[in-house]
Design a protein around this ligand. Structure first.
Ligand code: AMP
Length: 556
């Protein structure tokens, strides 16, 4: 029996992926345990105050898994994980995977609007939170979420402050010590590798986030393929600095790809360059995945020479487009290789090869798919392949790309083609000479703010509910550091006025994550329309780009 409303891979594809060895038939938990058996005493996980070797990581996750079962969770239950980059994140994630309970990966910045929606959508039974993080009281917040989510039974707390009625994770992990009972329960509750293992979230192109189910088989394969392409080995020290809930940090190659190779994962809660340099030096970090905004901050950090960054072998740039001029600076200024990566939580991954690709390819392209099973097509508006080298939408099918979002049959009819290709919404072209791809833009209505994808439609709808607003359209505006930020174009009702501050306090009252807030407001007499009468976001984007260009020219 598999989870209802989960779209499995069609039988003939599943068989082929198994036969060709892409799918190993292991669970993600088993893959971790296998490495623990090979490197029992090797350091696996390091965070500010804690260091765990592979045996400790295995034991802690085993005990916690049983603790979760004893607290009432059952295989295929869903649990929202909303933790920062702390040891408990990793332990909870693997503990849940080991018993087939599905962790739902949320960001610490998500607020009531996002969490209550996702909890309802997944009928979450559990919710894992810190007590306080960045001055936000998650305990109080969890009470509100619990009240709004009837299916939600258990709230688990990482931290000392755990009120009555909530479950303390530390105590839960220490409760069961009988190795025999642990081993029996883990065997009895082992999930099947073709089942949904983890739920990731899409930025959501149509309003609120979509839930992306990844199976043990396909997610493990993602990690293997991208770890291989990134040169991961037992000697690698991987710095997880972007949120762990991001696909990139979780599996590309991320913590998962590092563990399956017996490497060491270092967690950072801070994204400040000063702290990043200190950790690289202290832990001899060899590889780190960064969004372009962080690469730019690192390159521009005037005190970077004061830290010893010589251990760094490669930086993986992913999440949003890296400007070639920035890409060119990485090797000469930081002394390490650059790997460009294009990926999405729905699956398909592309990477440049830092060892064999020529410089132009590394600077300008996002490389090639990481798996020989990836079928990539670039198509026009009618779904027909464009001639090689021309721009079109990238659609893909393969051994680790989803066949459908969870509980979204309606949306899946447009998101996936009849042949099972996932429509990325990204515009690309093939660089015919190298066989690599170049990102040229996108057709999906999103803003990519430093790697964090924001649904423009979600913001449009929220702004439209403001009593002074007549019509609204949120578009991406260029930003030198973050790549893009949100700009809201608005027409007001008669005799009304509105400032950006007023608009944003209204949006915050709707309890959305802060990173989604517009950073510029343009009040206009009317919004431009396309010839079918829809608001032309294309024109608005061009308008804001021209305005910013003009303003920058005036400053010079
Ligand atoms: P997510 O699923 O949140 O990881 O976001 C995936 C989306 O981020 C992709 O569909 C792209 O729009 C964008 N993206 C990821 N990597 C890159 C990249 N290297 N260059 C340009 N856009 C990217």
């Amino acid at each position: 029996m598999v989870l209802a409303l989960f779209v499995p891979y069609p039988k003939e594809f599943a068989e082929e992926y198994k036969r060709k060895g892409y799918w190993a038939g292991l669970t993600l938990g088993e893959a971790l345990d296998e490495v623990a058996a090979v490197f029992p005493n090797k350091e696996a996980l390091v965070a500010a105050d804690r260091r765990l070797n592979y045996t400790q990581l295995k034991d802690e996750t085993d005990r916690l898994a049983v603790g979760f079962l004893d607290s009432g969770l059952k295989p295929r239950d869903r649990v929202i994980v909303q933790l920062p980059n702390i040891v408990e994140f990793v332990c909870c994630y693997y503990a849940l995977l080991k018993i087939g309970v599905i962790p739902v990966m949320c960001l610490p910045q998500h607020r009531f609007s996002e969490i209550s929606y996702i909890a309802a959508q997944c009928e979450a039974r559990g919710y894992i939170i810190p007590d306080v993080y960045r001055r936000f009281d998650y305990l109080k917040f969890a009470e509100e979420i619990k009240e709004a989510t009837p299916a939600l039974k258990n709230v688990y707390v990482a931290g000392e402050n755990c009120p009555a009625g909530f479950i303390n994770l530390q105590e839960l992990m220490q409760a069961e010590t009988d190795p025999e009972r642990i081993s029996t329960l883990l065997k009895e509750n082992r999930p099947a590798p073709m089942e949904a293992a983890v739920f990731l979230l899409s930025g959501g192109t149509t309003g609120l986030p979509k839930v992306i189910p990844r199976t043990h088989n396909d997610y493990l394969y993602t990690m293997k393929a991208t770890a291989l392409q990134s040169g991961l080995s037992k000697y690698s020290n991987y710095l997880a600095i972007a949120p762990l809930a991001h696909n990139m940090t979780l599996s590309c190659p991320g913590i998962g790809g590092t563990f399956i190779n017996g490497g060491k994962v270092i967690l950072s809660q801070s994204v400040a360059v000063k702290d990043m340099c200190a950790i690289i030096e202290k832990e001899k970090v060899t590889i780190v995945g960064l969004v372009p905004a962080l690469i730019i901050s690192l390159l521009n950090y005037e005190k970077k020479e004061e830290s010893d960054l010589s251990s760094l072998v490669s930086i993986i740039s992913g999440g949003s487009k890296l400007n070639p001029e920035v890409a060119k600076r990485v090797k000469p200024e930081l002394g390490c290789n650059l790997i460009q990566q294009f990926g999405m939580a729905e699956g398909v991954l592309m990477q440049t090869d830092d060892l064999s690709d020529e410089e132009r390819v590394i600077f300008e392209t996002i490389g090639r798919p990481v798996s020989p099973a990836d079928e990539i097509r670039i198509v026009d508006g009618n779904g027909l392949d464009v001639p090689p080298g021309e721009v079109g939408e990238m659609i893909c099918r393969g051994a680790y790309t989803i066949r459908g979002y969870y509980k979204a049959p309606e949306h899946n009819r447009t998101a996936i083609t009849a042949e099972g290709f996932f429509r990325s919404g990204d515009l690309m072209r093939l660089d015919v000479e190298s066989g690599c791809y170049i990102v040229e833009g996108r057709i999906k209505d999103m803003i990519n703010r430093g790697g964090e994808n924001i649904s423009a439609e979600e913001l449009d709808n929220l702004i439209l509910s403001h009593p002074k607003v007549d019509n609204a359209a949120v578009v991406a505006m260029p930003d030198p550091l973050l790549g893009e930020k949100c700009c809201a174009y608005i027409t007001l009702k008669e005799k009304q006025s509105l400032t950006l501050e007023e608009l944003n306090s209204f949006l915050l009252s709707k309890q959305i994550a802060k990173f989604k807030l517009p950073e510029r407001l343009e009040i206009v007499a009317e919004l431009p329309l396309t010839n079918v009468g829809k608001v032309s976001k294309r024109e608005l984007k061009l308008d804001i780009e021209a305005k910013i260009k003009q303003e920058n020219a005036a400053k010079e």
